[in-house]
Design a protein. Structure first.
Length: 358
């Protein structure tokens, strides 16, 4: 594939998804720097309030960071984090819960609607956005505050910008202890260069993309990898136009494992055709590892790959996985002859919704 991927990228990568993925780690550094250099004057006042929890609002790639924060706070944090994808705040919300509304464009219909409701309820809101209507709402309301990100790229490539500001915010406010250091970022940068499908077209990621080109894709991981599984599914949907079914261990051991079969006569008719990816990291619990071992031994499919998140912390493993899935889904798009930035059905749906509202 030495020349093939380069030619395919020149033909199909219309918005330079490859270049934007190359800048992922620098995007993380920039976001942390913004939070750590005292550039946000209102942050100390908001941090002093006795928050009971954080409600993250967002859709698609802009909601992904909330999933990661929720999982991190479950393991290491001092407050709960909930994620809402939709038009309305949950009924249980009260003013003791800080709201973080994330929309890369600032014009995500569901998030804007929920923020308008939150403003009416006099919520304290932190908006993370490149501009749009959400930025305007933040500027016009005394209890809404704006953290900006650079504009001008597909939202799902802006995860480094968005998540670094979210994570930096949580560390600054004391919701989470420090999660990542410069050594970890240097390791991630080295891996990003190694994973580059153009610089390293004969590497493991292009090879995996070719293997996934035909047949259904399934992804399974431990519960703490839930945000990784969701983001991988979404990236595969958008970048490569591929379905991905996901499951978490141990939960899937109580239901989905029957459909996989491997013991007795029970199994889905298409179980053997699945291309199965196992998302892991170094610090999975021993009990969960035993469940993985049993599942792999009894899984009927012969196409199983372990996708391992390297790193000394869960955050580093998360970001390692993010880089893997971004490069993998871009490569898979190119293998299919698809522009990884193309999202025509989403654009068509938005146009339809606008037409029935006017």
């Amino acid at each position: 594939m030495s020349d093939g991927l380069t030619k395919l990228a020149l033909m199909h990568d219309s918005e330079d998804m490859i270049g934007l993925t190359r800048s992922f780690v620098n995007d993380i550094r920039t976001g942390f720097s913004m939070l750590n250099n005292g550039l946000i004057p209102w942050l100390d006042e908001v941090s002093k309030q006795p928050w009971k929890g954080v409600l993250c609002l967002g859709m698609g790639g802009s909601a992904a960071g909330g999933d990661f924060l929720s999982s991190l706070c479950d393991m290491y944090g001092r407050i709960p984090v909930r994620v809402t994808r939709g038009y309305e705040l949950p009924n249980w919300w009260n003013e003791h819960w800080l709201i973080i509304a994330t929309s890369y464009s600032g014009n995500t219909e569901e998030t804007v609607t929920a923020v308008r409701e939150a403003i009416e309820l006099r919520a304290t809101i932190i908006v993370i956005s490149s501009g749009g209507e959400l930025a305007g709402l933040a500027e016009m309301n005394d209890k809404a505050h704006l953290i900006t990100v650079p504009a001008g790229q597909p939202p799902r490539t802006a995860f480094g910008h968005l998540f670094s500001r979210q994570l930096g915010l949580f560390e600054y406010m004391g919701f989470l202890p420090a999660q990542i250091d410069e050594e970890a970022l240097n390791r991630l940068q080295s891996f990003n260069e190694e994973a580059d499908i153009i610089s390293n077209p004969d590497g493991s990621i292009p090879s995996l993309a070719l293997s996934l080109a035909e047949g259904p894709i399934a992804a399974i991981g431990p519960i703490e990898m839930g945000p990784v599984l969701i983001r991988f599914k979404n990236q595969a949907n958008e970048n490569a136009s591929r379905f991905v079914r996901i499951g978490e261990i141990p939960e899937m051991n109580h239901n989905e494992v029957v459909a996989w079969g491997g013991v007795g006569d029970d199994s889905d008719p298409y179980a053997e055709q699945q291309n199965l990816l196992l998302f892991t990291w170094d610090y999975m619990s021993a009990k969960v590892q035993h469940r993985f071992d049993w599942f792999v031994a009894h899984c009927p499919t012969k196409t199983v790959w372990r996708v391992h998140g390297e790193g000394n912390t869960l955050v580093e493993a998360y970001l390692h996985h993010c880089l893997t899935m971004d490069w993998l889904t871009i490569a898979l798009a190119l293998v299919h002859g698809k522009d990884p930035s193309s999202i025509d059905p989403i654009i068509s749906l938005k146009q339809y919704l606008q037409s029935i509202e006017t």
